[in-house]
Design a protein around this ligand. Structure first.
Ligand code: LLP
Length: 417
């Protein structure tokens, strides 16, 4: 459910016509619906209302302060993967005791920062990281709360770049080796074992890999309990897929029912790290047609958003629906929608049926709320897009469009004479 819809041939975000945003804020811009963000967070969170749990939004999907602040105000926490994300989370008012820290490559500086902030827990991904965190905590005279991220070796059946729970992936600790690592963690003076963590991949449209992973985790948890290691938290990561095109992912309630059934009799607090399912369909990328052009074999629509703004089609071959901001009764045509970047891989859609468009028309690239702005770059020295939050009939620019000056901030020309 989202709040982008046509009214009399004009596409609206809640009660704001996108045409007005294109005129007043300019393009390219990311546009988010407040009601949709809130709805998606609440539906997910409420699906687990019967059990102790914490929903830690995976902020790599979308890290604007205003969006994080909204989830924080709804009782959410965040899953972070860098010092930069920790900084954003704290600036957005997320309490430290609702922050979990994942990622295979935490630096000493990042570990120290998170220890000083006293976050809820580190999700540790290797034995050497465990030693490093123990050392840093000792140095600072504190105990680090930790979980080990275990890799259950299940196939999430998603794009290979976003599968993480297979043996061959770089993430987590083999489930077979995990007991040894827990044993070691128990001996370490400056870490406190809080629980078990797992994340198997992203954009999962089937529930069975989650269930398979959970069954394997359950065996591990029971072994740990036999060893006298209490599991206070079970972090199940994120990964629930969304509809981009024809997918039919499970509803959060189906996901919750399946999980809760597997966990019957286990008393611990559940942590979830959903990203895409919360924000993916709550945001779109608004762009404007610059030119149209026909080549011998193809028709192109050249727009002012490129792979630097939304890299998913180029990187993963992802499908994003593209809608005209103002509907027309012009003929349909099959086109490649491409950006201004000097790369053949710079496209938003290929061989796509669209009503004929003209220069100046605006288009909405749908389902761009997750891994859209956060993966954008300055390639070709293009200032990054603005971000706009719409609530009812009001809109707020929650990130200004970058300027040319922003592009060269921090650079200088040394005197080499
Ligand atoms: N937790 C951990 C440890 C993760 O690595 C991820 C995503 C999540 C949670 C959130 O997963 P989600 O609920 O959003 O599926 N850039 C790719 C997606 C990469 C996902 C990386 N990790 C894309 O645009 O599809």
């Amino acid at each position: 459910m989202h709040h982008f819809r046509y009214e009399q041939d004009e596409l609206y975000c809640e009660k704001v016509p996108l045409r007005k945003l294109a005129d007043q804020v300019g393009t390219p811009s990311y546009v988010y619906s407040h009601a949709t963000l809130k709805h998606h967070f609440t539906v997910f969170d409420n699906a687990f209302s019967g059990v102790p749990h914490l929903t830690c939004f995976a902020m790599k999907a979308s890290s604007n302060l205003a969006i994080l602040n909204l989830f924080g105000s709804l009782g959410g926490g965040v899953d972070i993967v860098s010092g930069g994300e920790l900084y954003r989370a704290r600036r957005a008012g997320i309490p430290a005791d609702r922050i979990v820290y994942s990622g295979v490559g935490k630096t000493v500086q990042e570990i120290d920062y998170a220890l000083k902030e006293n976050i809820l827990m580190f999700n540790i991904e290797s034995d050497l990281e465990l030693e490093a965190i123990n050392t840093r905590a000792g140095e600072l005279g504190i105990r680090a709360r930790i979980a080990l991220r275990v890799n259950p070796d299940v196939d999430p059946k998603t794009h290979p770049y976003i599968s993480t729970g297979l043996k061959k992936n770089k993430f987590g600790i083999d489930i077979e080796g995990a007991l040894r690592s827990y044993q070691r963690a128990r001996e370490l003076e400056h870490v406190e074992i809080m629980g078990v963590d797992c994340h198997i991949g992203s954009q999962l449209t089937d529930i069975s890999p989650f269930v398979d992973a959970l069954r394997r985790l359950r065996v591990l948890i029971e072994r740990l309990q036999d060893m006298g290691i209490a599991v206070h938290y079970l972090d199940l990561g994120g990964g629930l897929g969304i509809v981009y095109d024809q997918e039919s992912p499970p509803h959060p309630h189906e996901y919750a029912d399946a999980i809760l059934k597997e966990l019957e009799g286990l008393s611990c607090t559940l942590i979830f790290e959903p990203g895409r399912v919360i924000v993916g369909n709550a945001g779109l990328l608004l762009t404007r047609v610059l030119y149209t052009k026909k080549s011998a074999s193809k028709d192109f629509v050249i727009v002012d958003a490129g792979m630097n703004d939304l890299v998913r089609p180029s990187l993963y071959g992802s499908y994003h629906q593209i809608l005209p901001v103002v509907k027309s009764d012009r003929d349909m045509q099959v086109v490649d929608v491409v950006g201004p970047i000097c790369e053949s891989g710079d496209f938003l859609a290929r061989e796509r049926g669209l009503p004929m468009v003209l220069p100046g028309d605006s288009l909405a690239v749908m389902s761009a709320g997750a891994y859209g702005f956060t993966m954008s770059s300055n390639y070709n020295s293009r200032p990054r897009a603005s971000e706009v939050l719409v609530r009812d009939d009001q809109y707020f620019v929650i990130r200004k469009r970058e300027t040319h000056e922003d592009l060269v901030r921090g650079e200088w020309i040394p005197d080499l004479t």
